[in-house]
Design a protein around this ligand. Sequence first.
Ligand code: MG
Ligand code: MG
Length: 279
Amino acid sequence: MLFSSRIEVKDADQVRSMRVAGLVVGRTLERLRAAVRPGVSTADLDALAEQSIREQGGVPSFLGYGEPPFPASICASVNDEVVHGIPGARVLAEGDVISIDCGAIVPDASGQGWHGDAAITVAVGDVPDDVAALMQVTEDALWRGLAAARVGGRVGDISHAVETFVRGAGAYGIVDGYTGHGIGTSMHMEPDVPNAGRAGRGPRLHRGMALAVEPMITLGSEDTVLADDEWTVLTADRTWAAHFEHTFALTEAGVWVLTAEDGGRERLAALGVPCGAED
Ligand code: MG
Ligand code: MG
């Protein structure tokens, strides 16, 4: 069902199918988090991710995506790399941070594929206090954004919540030019979900909409540059960045965080809003 020509609205069964895909992604990221340590290469993490996605019945959605075709199952972005880093021979060292972005497609009984998309940033051993704070602010901003979504609200409510939290937390850069997005039968759909904006503006939020919220925050500039590999996005000033993402669906009861094991219950309750999880 489409409310506009471009925003896909899911029925309850379709949201449950997206929950299956979301859990494949969320559980894969937890395996990757546990595997991050000094001496592990980003290619090692990519291999683990592909194995995890496939053994849970999914297909890595990043593999072959875009132009030039993305060559891996995760994006692995280290330190001053913001997003879209290509896994390879790079070996993680004590004090690094790695942002891991993961997506999977899981078919429902009819064969229709449904997408999940989520990201975490993980410290490799001990990191400086400012980097630890950056990670915390980015993850908390994600949850503020998720908590701001409600049936009858607007996409701008999410953007405003993310921006307000980050601006109130310190002198951070909110990465310009990259946003969250609608998600469902494709990974990237309408509408965009910006990480800054005005409450009460933008497309209206309906029951059955599914969105990925993904703040990308830096210790410096909001500006980025694209590496020669045509994928890796780096901060223009080479300060370090963090990236957290969840996919959620709006149910009548509230926000169901499809890529979180508990559906978002704990974090949403801490922010005083109802959770729409149905499992
Ligand atoms: Mg992602
Ligand atoms: Mg995304």
